[in-house]
Design a protein around this ligand. Structure first.
Ligand code: PNS
Length: 174
C-alpha cells in the first residue's frame, strides 16, 4: 500500500480472452482495493494453446475497462510474485468458481506465499451467471460456432469472430 494512491490489488491470469466473469471479479475487487492491476501472464502454469497474443489480450482488456480509471492492464513475464513486488501489490486476486478450482488455486496461493511471504491471495466468487464460465470453454464454444455473446463483451465477441472466422467453419478449436 502506498500512502498517496491507496491499496493496489493485482489480478493475474491468462485472460485469453477476458470474459464477463473476469470483468465481474475485477469490478468486485474495486470494492476492496483502490486500484487493480490486471496482469496478463506470458507464462501460465497450465500450458494452453493461446487464441490471442498477449498484446491482443491486453488491448481487449483495455477496451473492456476503458470506463474505469482505477483499472490498469499490463503484461508480465517470469514469476507473478516478482512482478507484484515490483509494483507494490501485496494482494493477489483470484476468482474461485466451483470446488474444482480449489486445489489448483490453493497450490498457487501457497507457492506464491512461499516465494514472497508478504503476498496475500484473496479469492472472490463471481456472480451466479458466471459461476461455471471459463475462457477455455468460451474459446471452444465460439470455435465450434456456438453463441458466446452472453459471456464476453462486444469488443471481445467481435475480436473472436475476426480471429475464428475460418477455424470455426473447420470445426477446430484452439
Ligand atoms: O488464468 P490462469 O491461466 O489460470 O492464470 C494462471 C496464472 C497466470 C495466474 C499463473 O500461471 C501464474 O501466476 N503465472 C506466472 C508464472 C508464475 O508465477 N508461476 C508460479 C505460480 S505459483
Amino acid at each position: 500500500m502506498s500512502a498517496d494512491r491507496g491499496v493496489l490489488a493485482i489480478y493475474p491470469g491468462s485472460f485469453d480472452p477476458v470474459t464477463r466473469g473476469h470483468e465481474d471479479i475485477a469490478r468486485r475487487t474495486l470494492r476492496l482495493a483502490d486500484r487493480v492491476l490486471i496482469a496478463v501472464a506470458e507464462t501460465s502454469t497450465q500450458r494452453k494453446q493461446p487464441l490471442f497474443t498477449v498484446e491482443e489480450r491486453l488491448e481487449l482488456l483495455r477496451e473492456v475497462f476503458r470506463d474505469e480509471p482505477r483499472v490498469e492492464c499490463a503484461s508480465f513475464s517470469g514469476l507473478l510474485v516478482d512482478f507484484a513486488r515490483s509494483r507494490g501489490a501485496h494482494c493477489i486476486i483470484r476468482g474461485l468458481r466451483a470446488v474444482s478450482d480449489f486445489e489448483y488455486e490453493f497450490q498457487m496461493a501457497q507457492m506464491n506465499r512461499q516465494l514472497w511471504s508478504e503476498a496475500e491471495t484473496v479469492f472472490l466468487t463471481p456472480d451466479v451467471p458466471f459461476a461455471f464460465l471459463s475462457a477455455s470453454l468460451v474459446r471452444e464454444v465460439a470455435a465450434l460456432g456456438g453463441d458466446v455473446s452472453a459471456f464476453v463483451s462486444p469488443p471481445v465477441l467481435e475480436a473472436m469472430r475476426r480471429k475464428l472466422g475460418g477455424e470455426a467453419r473447420k470445426g477446430e478449436f484452439p
